[in-house]
Design a protein around this ligand. Sequence first.
Ligand code: FMN
Length: 345
Amino acid sequence: MSHRPLPPPPLRIGDLVVDPPILQAPMAGFTNAAFREVVRQFGGAGLLATEMVNARGFVWMDQNEAEHPDRLWGVAEEARPLAVQIWDNDPETMAKVGVRLAREYKVSVVDINFGCPVRQVTEKAHSGSYLLREPDRMFAIISRLVEVCAPTPVTAKIRLGCSPESINANEVAHVVEEAGAAALTVHGRTAKDMFRGHADWERISEIKQHLKKIPLIGNGDLDSADKVVAAFKNYDVDGVMIARACLGRPWLFAQAAAALRGDEIPPDPTLVQQRDVMLRHYRLVVDRFGEEKGTVLMRKYACCYAQGKHGARHFRSHVANVASAEEFYSVVDQYFPQDRPAVIA
Ligand SMILES: Cc1cc2nc3c(=O)[nH]c(=O)nc-3n(C[C@H](O)[C@H](O)[C@H](O)COP(=O)(O)O)c2cc1C
């Protein structure tokens, strides 16, 4: 443990300055443009990321003059900095998409997914975390992307290895750096762990010794401002990334940023304010996807906003079935957790 001074300096990813060095993680099915807008509203995240985008699907759509993937919704227009994450195992396919993202979409960062543990990506497509067992292929993918995307930085996101028996993050980190990536993010679990157990921050920290030029971003289980502070104090990382905990608490980044500066941590918004954040999120989703699809999509976000609150279970059971705006608003009115009146003894 290094006990480094706070606040940490801004993170540099190529020419991009990420300040504060707190990143919003890519999450498939969640971190779309509506969610990112809500995160931006609160501030505190130095770099936002899209959901992972399948490079092969993108190329196919291009060749067939179909619309670009839904997952690129907002990417061309929205505020920067923004990272777009892509996945596949073929360097040329990745390069075709990378160059479009860098030149046409003008994204701030092209991130490569080497961490996804889902069967459809690993076993079926030999991509995501599957590639951790093929460092040579990782090198080929990264170096090709770096070549075509320059000067847009290319980054990699990995897990510690494929399984607890085959942890190879130190070796992989070296490969990532040598291939020319501008940063490495590590989720401190193996693919086989999925989300079980705890993220191993000691191992994440150890990777730093294997990197000479590029920053290390640690990821896993950060769900409070205090934990973000502790991560910077105790472990050798240049940045941190937050995933699950920000889904229903997009204000977490602002709280963590304040804590890093040594400022007082802003309190959570009141439940009424949280409900209003959720309703704004809902309007953004419906504007894009229409009432029917947007309402169905919103069910899972709504559950995240209620999570951990008194009455969440009741709200969840009702919101899980809403199919129209009217139903959604009615369920929110009746069941979204409310500030409980003080009990007078
Ligand atoms: C629903 C969900 C979707 C995810 N999708 C992605 C993804 O598209 N790309 C990626 O690199 N990681 C993805 N992850 C992993 C997260 O980015 C992160 O590495 C992991 O959740 C650990 O961080 P946390 O403990 O802060 O949640 C996903 C995680 C969740 C829960």
